[in-house]
Design a protein around this ligand. Structure first.
Ligand code: NOJ
Length: 574
């Protein structure tokens, strides 16, 4: 079944500029067949839930065949479906059904590395040094007398060296190959024609099946200096010099050559009607460097990880918002805000701790700090209303609409993230944000799997999730789920949120983030620990109860309509 665009999908080719997109982490979204692992059948069952939530598109994490050494980011066949997740027929039906409900579908493309089970790598292992098969990867002889030292000093993002040695056909130690992640994820060589041609074929394969776009995994890593020089302590992101000139060139991070790849992909995406879109996962650490990926003939959007990493402080958030809007405007791009994803601690759990200026990317950094989860949820609700009111698109990570916190006490022997082993059990990894969703009922599996399931959820769910389920929160006016529904519906109905610029109404950022979108909507977020004055105007939505005494409580966001007399005309524009 081929998907055609349904009448329910907007024809606006710029839809992605202000879209609300929901990340479906397929392993943990919903289990349709009772094996304890989420799947396409589960997604299809819950599409109406997503449509009712009020989102414009879903992004599905990798659903291709994989040995699952890194939860599907080790792909052995890019143009097929992982059997544990379903079939191609189901995938095509899901795309079509999502379109029928007015939602677009974005898939995940992993171009930096493949699985070591991919036929290319298996062929490379059997081939000779210097062969065409090995040229698709980065194979090199080792250093030292016996070649038993790695070719250079690069390290894996998951800990340990970035090189593994293979055996020759005679069983003797042979060349080494590069892997910036696990040894089961060999990096491919983007100078190689086969690689370029094959990834374009993959784009077309899925675009031909109606897929609306791709999220691009580690978009900043693809190109490597051909000489593979030592880092000699050079870290990334490499700092931008004080005069604003380009940073020191890094041998495998954010190199200029990557842009040519994205230009060629853009041409493929633009050749479709309607044009397909890309969102980059590019941790480049600097708004100006990120904007280079978003030039008009490159990628459409890129996750704003500075926002995701920002502590809940007014000054930090204001800095990120201003620098993002400015750097994106310079290339005509639209910002893409995100608070959580499958790689970092859920934002509710970060906000539940005292906020400092440091950026928290993993739970390990804060696990020992006592948490106040009520405070965390209050801030998370306000943060969502801040995010949805900013100019641009947003990504929401499954479960944040239920007010889920990170699961911090998964027993050691049930941790699955390769980071746990690769770090020598120092880093617990990302499993705590990947625990299967609670849909209904009082006990695990909370409706994640069918009643007659023959396996438990692939990660254990906590005991106290009965009040977090979709069932428990539906119809409860004060629940986080209903707040998300209201905010998303309102966002759609307020034209200014899609089109109008942001104008700051106050510079007192320690206390408040206060801005207007156009002349009709005012957004006030109390970041401080004390109540602040509620401006005049009708309250359209608040992230928490308002006492009715003309104040906004701590850690609460409010959307208001602007009374005619109060406009942003006399204030500075960002
Ligand atoms: C980024 C993905 O989001 C993450 O989950 C994965 O482990 C790495 N890239 C490697 O593909």
């Amino acid at each position: 079944m081929r998907s055609t665009l349904s009448d329910n999908i907007s024809r606006d080719i710029d839809w992605w500029r202000s879209a609300a997109i929901y990340q479906v982490y397929i392993r943990s979204f919903a289990d349709g067949n009772g094996d304890g692992v989420g799947d396409i059948a589960g997604i299809r069952d819950r599409l109406s839930y997503l449509a009712d939530l009020g989102i414009d598109a879903i992004w599905v994490n990798p659903w291709y065949p994989s040995p699952m050494e890194d939860a599907g980011y080790d792909i052995s066949d890019y143009r097929s479906i992982e059997p544990a997740y379903g079939t191609m027929e189901q995938a095509e039906a899901m795309i079509s059904e999502a379109h029928g409900l007015g939602m677009r579908v974005i898939l995940d493309l992993v171009p930096n590395h493949v699985s070591d089970a991919h036929p290319w790598f298996q062929e490379a292992l059997l081939a000779e040094p210097g062969s065409a098969e090995r040229a698709r990867f980065h194979f090199r002889p080792g250093k030292g007398d016996n070649g038993d030292e790695a070719p250079n000093d690069w390290v894996s993002s998951f800990g340990g060296p970035a090189w593994t040695r293979v055996k020759d056909a005679d069983g003797n130690p042979g060349e080494w190959y590069l892997h910036l992640f696990t040894p089961e994820q060999p990096d491919v060589n983007w100078r190689n024609h086969d690689i370029r041609a094959d990834f374009e074929a993959t784009l077309r394969f899925w675009f031909d099946r109606g897929v609306d776009g791709f999220r691009i995994d580690v978009a900043q890593f693809l190109c490597k200096d051909a000489d593979l020089p030592d880092l000699n302590g050079l870290k990334y992101p490499t700092p931008i010099p004080a005069d604003g000139s380009d940073p020191v060139v890094h041998p495998h991070f954010d190199r200029d050559e990557v842009h040519e790849i994205y230009r060629s992909w853009r041409a493929v995406a633009d050749s479709y009607d309607p044009p397909r879109v890309f969102v980059a996962e590019a941790w480049v650490g600097n708004p100006k460097r990120l904007a280079r990926y978003l030039r008009p003939d490159e990628l459409h959007s890129a996750f704003n990880f500075d926002f995701l990493l920002s502590p809940w402080t007014g000054s930090k958030l204001r800095t990120v918002i201003d620098s993002t809007i400015l750097s994106h405007a310079e290339v005509g791009a639209s910002p893409t805000w995100v608070l959580s994803n499958h790689d970092g601690a859920r934002h509710l759990s970060k906000y539940a701790r005292p906020q400092t200026d440091s950026r928290v990317s993993s739970l390990s950094q804060i696990r020992d700090i006592p948490a106040d989860f009520e405070l965390g949820e209050r801030r998370a609700r306000a943060a969502m209303m801040l995010m949805l009111a900013l100019p641009g698109g947003v990504y929401m990570y499954q479960g944040e609409e239920l007010g889920l916190a990170e699961v911090e006490d998964i027993p050691d022997d049930q941790l699955q993230d390769p980071i746990w082993e690769r770090s020598g059990h120092k880093e617990r990894g990302r499993d705590g944000c990947r625990v299967p969703l609670p849909w209904s009922g009082d006990t695990a599996p909370y409706g994640f799997s069918p009643d007659d399931a023959n396996a438990s959820p692939w990660l254990p769910q906590p005991k106290g999730w009965a009040d977090r389920t979709v069932e428990a929160q539906t119809g409860q006016a004060d629940s986080t789920l209903e707040l998300y529904r209201s905010a998303l519906a309102l966002r759609r109905s307020i034209a200014a949120l899609a089109t109008e610029p942001l104008t700051w109404m106050s510079d007192d950022n320690d206390q408040v983030l206060d801005f207007q979108r156009g002349s009709s909507l005012r957004v006030v977020v109390n970041i401080s620990a004390d109540p602040i004055a509620l401006p005049d105007g009708e309250v359209l939505l608040a992230s928490g109860p308002l006492p009715g005494d003309g104040t906004i409580p701590a850690d609460t966001a409010v959307w208001q309509s602007v009374p005619c007399a109060t406009t942003a005309d006399s204030t500075r524009s960002s």
